[in-house]
Design a protein around this ligand. Sequence first.
Ligand code: FES
Length: 170
Amino acid sequence: MSSLQLERVKAHERRPIRLQGVAAIVNRIVEEYGYDKSMLIQVLLRLQKSFSWLPMEMLLEVSKQLKVPLSQVYQIATFYKAFSLTPRGRHLVRVCMGTACKVRGATNILEKIQRVLKIERDETTPDGRFTLETINCAGCCALGPVITVDGEYHGNVKTHNVEKILEQYR
Ligand code: FES
């Protein structure tokens, strides 16, 4: 190889790699955290917040760019309730199924919501409007049964109020 060719190869190697699509999105966040593997959860939280869910392609990129095994990334993404590996709807409905809420009828509320939305728990309506999940305690047991929609609390919910509550979220 001539010295000129060698110079060209070196110049090419110095050029920053232009990442596109998911890789570029992940890279912006990973870079902010200084490619620090111990920041894995924070990176995933940021991605989850921005996109409402974590596609497998995104987990692969995080694994690659943070140099953390995919199995570890996947384990964390599936362990914490904050992460979703399937697309979520525009509004996240969470029914508290903690003991205090159960005693006050949370099971009936959950069943009513499932009937109204025509989905099971951890599913999203076909129009992408609602995702239904359950939680173990919303932290305000005296108000049970409690549901939250996009983090807004609704306490003392009655089955006949369910439609009215959901109607507020278009
Ligand atoms: S059990 Fe439902 S808020 Fe605590």
